[in-house]
Design a protein around this ligand. Structure first.
Ligand code: CTP
Length: 392
C-alpha cells in the first residue's frame, strides 16, 4: 500500500481510540492518510492524535476548513475511503444520502469503493433499521467489514466490536484492487426477463428480476468500466452510473444487443430470454369462450449465440440457469454458443431468482471450473468479476 492515498473517516463511538492504532499501522505501511473526524468522534479522541500520527492536517467540520470545498478535493485525491468505526447514525445517513458534515459529503461524492466497519452496541447493530441500512449499502457496492463478537464497552458480550486491524486492512486492500481494475473496458450486460405478448395486456414471461445483472453492472462501473445495461421489465432500479437501454421482448433485446454489445470488450448475458414467443398477438384483449385456448409459439432469436458467432476479439460470458444435470448442460451451452465462460446458476425450486441468496459456479475451457460461492447478488457480483478479471 506504499504511496496510496486513503481517506479514513472516524465516527463517535468508543472504538474511536482503535482508529489511532490503525492510523499508525497504515502510516508505517506507507499509506498517505487524510483523517476526517465527525463532531462526535472529537469528543472521544483528539484531532491532535491523528495529526501527530499522520503529520498531516486532520479534518473536522465542513465549515472550519481553510478551503471552500474540502470534501471534493479530499475525495478526488483519495483512492479509497475507510470508515472505522462507523456508528449506526453515520450508517443511517449514508444509506439515505444525508450529507450534513464533511465525512458524509465526502462519501456521497466518492465514485470508488467505500469500506465501512461498523462498531456499536449489539442491540443497535441488530436493530432492523441498522440491518436494513447496511443491506442497502451492501447492495450499492459498499464493502461492510462485519464487527466481531466479544466484550463490549457495556460490559456485556455480543456482536458489535470493531473488526480486527488485520481484517480492516484486508478489506482496504481489496477495495484498492477493485478500484479501476476495469478502467478502459466497455462492458455490455443483459439482464431481466423478457415478455412475449399474446394480447395487449397478457404475456408469457419468467421469474427473473434482473438482480444479478444490475449488481454486475454496478460493480463493473465501480471498477471503472464503461457499462451498457440492457434491462428487461423489472421493478428494480438500474444503477445511476451506467447507460441503461430498456427492452421488453427477445427481439427488442436482440436489436439492442447488436447495437451495443457487438464490439464491446466483454458481454455478460444474464437475461432470462424467452426461447419462444406467441406466433400471433391479438390486437384487442382476448375474450374467454367455452373451449380451450391454443397458443402456438415460434422460436425467438438466440441473442447470446449470435453474439458468440460475431464476437471477434471480444469476450462473451453466458449464464445457465439449470435445474438438472447442471454442469453438463452448462458446458454444452459454453461450446454451442462459442462462449469464453459460462456461469452456472442452480435454480431448482425457483432458488436463485430475485433478491435472495444464489449459488454460482464459473466454467470455462474444457474442464476449468471455479466455485464463486453462495451469497447475495452484490457479494456474488464482486466475486464473479474478480474471477472474470483473472480468467478472461
Ligand atoms: N440467451 C439469449 N437468447 C436466447 C436464449 C438465451 O441470449 N434466446 C442467453 C441467456 O442470457 C443466457 C444463456 O443464453 O446467458 C443461456 O440461456 P438458457 O435459456 O438457459 O439457454 P438456452 O440456450 O435457451 O437453453 P435451454 O432453454 O434449452 O436450457
Amino acid at each position: 500500500m506504499n504511496g496510496v492515498r486513503v481517506l479514513l473517516g472516524v465516527c463517535g463511538g468508543i472504538a474511536a481510540y482503535k482508529a489511532a492504532a490503525l492510523t499508525s499501522t497504515l502510516v508505517q505501511r506507507g499509506v498517505e492518510l487524510d483523517v476526517i473526524l465527525t463532531a462526535s468522534a472529537e469528543r472521544f479522541i483528539a484531532p491532535l492524535t491523528f495529526a501527530s500520527l499522520t503529520a498531516r492536517p486532520v479534518y473536522g467540520s465542513l465549515w472550519d476548513a481553510p478551503e471552500r470545498i474540502p470534501h471534493i478535493r479530499l475525495v478526488r485525491e483519495a483512492q479509497a475511503i475507510l470508515i472505522a468505526p462507523a456508528t449506526a447514525n453515520v450508517i443511517a445517513k449514508l444509506a439515505h444520502g444525508i450529507a450534513d458534515d464533511l465525512l458524509t459529503t465526502a462519501v456521497l461524492a466518492a465514485r470508488f469503493p467505500v469500506v465501512i466497519a461498523p462498531a456499536m452496541n449489539s442491540a443497535m447493530y441488530e436493530h432492523p433499521a441498522t440491518v436494513a441500512n447496511l443491506a442497502l449499502l451492501r447492495e450499492r457496492g459498499y464493502e461492510i467489514v462485519e464487527p466481531e463478537r466479544g466484550f463490549l464497552a457495556e460490559r456485556e458480550s455480543g456482536p458489535g466490536r470493531l473488526a480486527s486491524e488485520e481484517r480492516l486492512i484486508e478489506a482496504l486492500e481489496r477495495a484498492l484492487r477493485r478500484r479501476n481494475s476495469l478502467a478502459g473496458k466497455r462492458i455490455a450486460i443483459t439482464a431481466g426477463p423478457t415478455r412475449e405478448a399474446f394480447d395487449p395486456i397478457r404475456f408469457v414471461s419468467n421469474a427473473s428480476t434482473g438482480a444479478i445483472g444490475i449488481a454486475l453492472a454496478r460493480e463493473a462501473a465501480l471498477r471503472g468500466a464503461e457499462v451498457v445495461l440492457l434491462l428487461g421489465p423489472t421493478l428494480l432500479e438500474p444503477p445511476a452510473q451506467v447507460t441503461t437501454v430498456r427492452f421488453t421482448t427477445a427481439r427488442e433485446l436482440f436489436d439492442a444487443a447488436m447495437q451495443h454489445a457487438v464490439g464491446a470488450d466483454w458481454t455478460i448475458a444474464t437475461a432470462a430470454v424467452a426461447d419462444y414467443r406467441p406466433a400471433e398477438a391479438a390486437a384487442s384483449k382476448l375474450k374467454k369462450s367455452e373451449g380451450d385456448l391454443l397458443v402456438r409459439f415460434e422460436r425467438n432469436p438466440d441473442v447470446l449465440a449470435t453474439l458468440g458467432e460475431r464476437k471477434g476479439g471480444s469476450k462473451v460470458v453466458g449464464f445457465a440457469a439449470e435445474t438438472d444435470d447442471h454442469e453438463a448442460n452448462a458446458r454444452e451451452k459454453l461450446r454451442n454458443k462459442h462462449l469464453d465462460a459460462i456461469v452456472l446458476n442452480d435454480v431448482r425450486d425457483e432458488r436463485g431468482f430475485g433478491l435472495v441468496q444464489s449459488t454460482l459456479t464459473l466454467l470455462w475451457g474444457a474442464k476449468d471450473k471455479r466455485e464463486i460461492g453462495t451469497g447475495t447478488k452484490p457479494h456474488l457480483a464482486a466475486r464473479l468479476l474478480d474471477a472474470l478479471e483473472e480468467v478472461l
